[in-house]
Design a protein. Structure first.
Length: 484
């Protein structure tokens, strides 16, 4: 049994947990992020709409409204500091009848109260001038120029790497099973690890209620809200240029159609409340709903070019707002619970807020040597011919293409593995450098990538996993004379 002591343990290495960890690294604190999976960005943060919301939808005065707008304003500078993909492409909320115009105006007024800048109601013709593929049934739209799109993998990994650079320790495959309160702090127990902490930050996604309820008599309840998505090939990526929403309902913002920062087209999500916190299987019914409802606002979506579908879970708390701050009856236990949409947009601001609360609680001084910059991955495909030739001359591995669909080289895969925290699984490499994210969905590049991963980690091919331990890619015994 391994035992370690920390000033702060953050539970969960999703985008919120990593944002908090990065902000905590500004302070002279010993910080650990405990994650039950083998890598960062393995839960809600890996399967969402990749949208940086403007902030007009949240109820004025709510935590969602506050942190959404603050996080949106931070995202541009953060993208420059940490070198991840982000674009302010603006968003449109479509209205389909004159009867719904008051609801559209109400949405604009909510945005104004929340501090969203530049909101404007456009006529149907103005919308179609901006987006020719919007349907003829659109009568108006709310335009939000501050809306954006981001790579959720890139953002989360950038936050984690910068936190690690500044001294934060990541403990993977560490699923916390119990938390006990003591006079001097908390004891967190995993299968083979015991962590002692003065403070805990609970950023555990759909499991945040479980951990909160271990230490507090004031219970909370989180319902997993399931959403199916379709991702289309890059040939469809220019079908729209803005993020296209429909007027929101009680279950969320409806089916969206949006470009991604990598040039694909994304549609979804559905919204279905379930009990199973592990159910991320798509359904034919859900995907059919995505296609049908997406077509109400955007015509001629080339769904024959879908290259993959996926499902994500949002952590919906019964109070319909974020729960952020110190639990009243559990001193030193800080929640970042119920972080559903607009959680991705809000994460940077949540990180700042909670880190300051924790630092104040522990009376921690700021570090004098903190480094807020992070160098992104080398991307030969974005270099000029001369720059790429010079790179390959010095580092030949960047000239060996492993993933043809996305143009990913061996050098990029090596970089993904060798960084801290680095990839130890195929999905970890995929999230960092997009190996396997293209049209063939890893159909051709997997064996070669597994060879590189096995060589770098010093393990056998049979030990390589898709993601968490137990998801081995090769099983059984090799037959004599058979190829791998």
């Amino acid at each position: 049994m391994k035992e370690k002591s920390f000033d702060v343990v953050v539970i969960g290495a999703g985008v919120t947990g990593c944002a908090i960890a990065r902000e905590l690294s500004r302070w002279d604190l010993k910080v650990c992020v405990a994650e039950r999976e083998e890598d960062v960005c393995s839960g809600t943060s890996k399967a969402n709409s990749a949208i940086v919301h403007a902030g007009y939808d949240a109820v004025p005065g709510s935590l969602k409204a506050r942190f959404n707008v603050e996080g949106n304003r931070m995202m541009g500078d953060l993208a420059e500091e940490l070198e991840f993909d982000f674009k302010r492409n603006g968003s449109l909320v479509l209205c389909f009848s004159q009867e719904d115009m008051p609801a559209l105006e109400e949405l604009r007024q909510k945005g104004i109260k929340n501090g969203v800048e530049g909101l404007e109601i456009l006529t149907g013709d103005q919308v179609r001038a901006m987006e020719p593929n919007v349907t003829d049934s659109v009568t108006a739209a709310l335009y939000a120029p501050t809306g954006g799109i981001v790579c959720p993998f890139g953002l989360t990994i950038a936050l984690a790497e910068n936190a690690c650079e500044n001294g934060v320790e990541f403990s993977f495959n560490t699923g916390i099973r119990s938390i006990e309160k003591h006079d001097t702090g908390y004891v967190l127990k995993a299968e083979d690890t015991v962590l002692y902490a003065d403070c805990i930050v609970n950023a555990a996604g759909v499991y945040a209620d479980v951990f909160h309820n271990m230490v507090s008599e004031k219970k909370i309840h989180i319902t997993p809200r399931k959403g199916d998505y379709c991702l289309l090939d890059k040939e469809a990526g220019s079908h729209v240029s803005h993020t296209i929403f429909q007027l929101p309902g009680k279950l969320g913002k409806g089916i969206l159609v949006a470009p991604t920062v990598h040039g694909n087209l994304l549609t979804g999500p559905t919204a279905k409340d379930i009990e199973d916190k592990e159910c991320t299987a798509t359904t034919a019914e859900g995907l059919a709903e995505v296609m049908q409802k997406a077509g109400l606002g955007v015509k001629d979506i080339p769904f024959r070019q879908v290259i993959t579908s996926f499902c994500g879970l949002r952590a919906h708390e019964d109070g319909d707002d974020f729960i952020i701050g110190e639990a009243e009856d559990a001193p030193g236990f800080f929640d970042a619970a119920g972080i559903e949409s607009p959680g991705l947009s809000s994460a940077p601001a949540i990180g700042v807020y909670l880190a300051e609360l924790v630092a104040e609680k522990l009376q921690a001084p700021r570090k004098e040597t903190w480094n807020g910059k992070r160098k992104g991955f080398i991307r030969p495909e974005k270099m000029s011919r001369e720059e790429r030739a010079a790179l390959i001359k010095e580092h030949p591995e960047y000239g060996t293409i492993i993933c043809r669909c996305e143009g990913v080289s061996e050098g990029e895969i090596l970089d993904a593995i060798r960084r801290s925290p680095g990839a130890v699984s195929l999905d970890g490499i995929k999230r960092r450098v997009r190996q396997g994210m293209g049209r063939c969905q890893a159909g051709f590049c997997t064996p070669r990538t597994m060879e590189i991963l096995a060589r770098e980690l010093g393990v056998t091919m049979e030990e390589i996993c898709k993601n968490a331990p137990g998801s081995n890619m090769l099983t059984g015994e090799k037959q004599e004379g058979a190829a791998l």
